[in-house]
Design a protein around this ligand. Structure first.
Ligand SMILES: [Zn+2]
Length: 431
């Protein structure tokens, strides 16, 4: 009996131990997934310190005894020697630098460039970095009495930001109030601007979530923020956009289903203009004074206003063509072509057969041909038939490639989950 009790105890002990072991396993695996989330969250908190540093001077009194970085912006007619002298570098280093191989690259200063000089406690300039964007440039490294000079690039700290905004009065002011930088708001308007008319379609109560990155180096912002993902709720409709880097390195935004957010055509070939005459098949012609179909849209704009091709394509006509005056025709595909008429001139060297890309300037507004004043006459043809450019359903730009679909969907799901996590966190904090 004792033996059995002993054995039962033994089994119990074994059971407790093994349960304990499994619990440890489960907890450690859970805590490791937790720590992924924690890293993700703490990244924001940790890195938000950088923001504070931004307001600190680069050389504080404490730092005088250690390394300090001196930053000088290149102005007109500055020379490298002059700037190094101004930075307080002793003559022997300046001479050593000028003699070093490749110093001409460092001496090639452009207005607005930044020269960063790291000086150690012994007043030795350890690194001299010339850069225009703060990340890529030429670096001179001082070691064993010699400078070695070469190209260098630095990785910025990436700070992830999230904002959830309900539009009160205007999109712009509501977004600014949430601390979203100007350039990021503009990017978002561009990304969703293909589907949403931000002037007419937005109502108070519409909202959006946005996840974007900001880039810092030593506490200084080095370039504009970049949108990683966004979703816009307009009434009952939700629009999504996810940043994706294609295999060729190009950045594109696709919807959660892999549709390109951009369209194959711009809505208008002239910026800052107004429509002076719409597509109308029964219009009285102002010059001919008889019913003549108006098979395009007229944009009133001063002579010389740039005219952009609304889509990628090939120049299929460039020259005078009766009432059209100076005319350019772009063939976009078997089905689509566009025409730009009454131009004052064409883009220099533009000729038939040239490839043009969406938004590229191809000519300038004028009043050549049968025209009463400076304006652009714009036509949109589908299968050779005139179509109203203002109402035609524009085809989307190329969707995600078949062979990049899996990779894109992975990115998309990650980005959407991330936004949901941030959203819940924000919601929890505000309640
Ligand atoms: Zn017209």
């Amino acid at each position: 009996m004792k033996n059995i009790i002993f054995e039962i105890r033994y089994y119990l002990l074994f059971l407790v131990l093994s349960v304990g072991f499994f619990l440890t396993l489960i907890f450690s695996s859970e805590s490791s997934t937790n720590s992924v989330n924690e890293n993700f969250n703490s990244r924001e908190i940790e890195r938000s310190n950088i923001d504070l540093e931004k307001f600190l001077p680069l050389t504080s009194e404490k730092e005088q005894t250690s390394n300090r970085t001196q930053i000088i912006y290149v102005e007109k007619n500055n020379t490298l020697i002059e700037l190094l002298d101004k930075a307080g570098l002793s003559n022997k280093y300046i001479r050593a630098l000028i003699k070093a191989k490749g110093s001409e690259k460092l001496a090639n200063l452009k207005i607005g460039d930044k020269l960063e000089i790291d000086i150690n406690r012994d007043q030795v300039p350890e690194n001299i970095f010339l850069t225009s964007d703060g990340l890529n440039g030429i670096n001179a490294n001082f070691k064993n009495g010699l400078f070695s000079i070469g190209t260098a690039s630095r990785q910025p700290d990436v700070l992830e930001r999230f904002a959830s905004v309900e539009i009160e009065d205007s999109l712009y002011s509501s977004a600014l109030k949430s601390g979203i930088p100007d350039s990021v708001i503009m990017d978002m308007v561009y990304i969703f601007g293909w589907d949403i008319d931000f002037i007419f379609d937005i109502r108070p109560g519409d909202s959006f979530d946005i996840l974007y990155e900001e880039y810092f180096l030593k506490g200084n912002q080095v370039k504009n923020g970049d949108i990683k993902a966004a979703r816009f709720k307009r009434g009952k409709k939700v629009y999504t956009a996810i940043r994706y880097f294609l295999k060729n390195g190009e950045k594109e935004f696709f919807s959660i289903r892999g549709k390109n957010v951009e369209k194959a055509f711009l809505r208008s070939p002239v910026e800052f203009s107004y429509i002076s005459s719409k597509y109308n098949l029964k219009r009285m012609h102002p010059i001919l004074n008889k019913i003549k179909a108006h098979t395009g849209v007229d944009y009133a704009a001063p002579t010389g206003t740039p005219v952009r091709t609304t889509g990628d394509g090939t120049v299929s006509f460039r020259g005078n063509n009766g009432g059209y005056g100076k005319l350019i025709e772009i063939k976009h595909s078997e089905d689509y072509s566009t025409r730009y008429a009454h131009l004052s001139r064409y883009k220099k060297n533009l000729k038939v057969g040239d490839k043009v890309s969406q938004g590229e300037v191809i000519g300038y507004v004028g009043s050549t041909g049968r025209s009463t004043g400076p304006h652009l006459h714009y036509e949109f043809r589908v299968n050779g038939m005139h179509t109203d450019p203002l109402t035609v359903k524009l085809p989307a730009a190329k969707p995600i490639n078949e062979n990049e679909k899996d990779s894109f969907f992975k990115t998309a799901i990650e980005a959407m989950n991330m936004m949901d996590d941030y959203y819940l966190k924000l919601y929890a904090e505000s309640n």
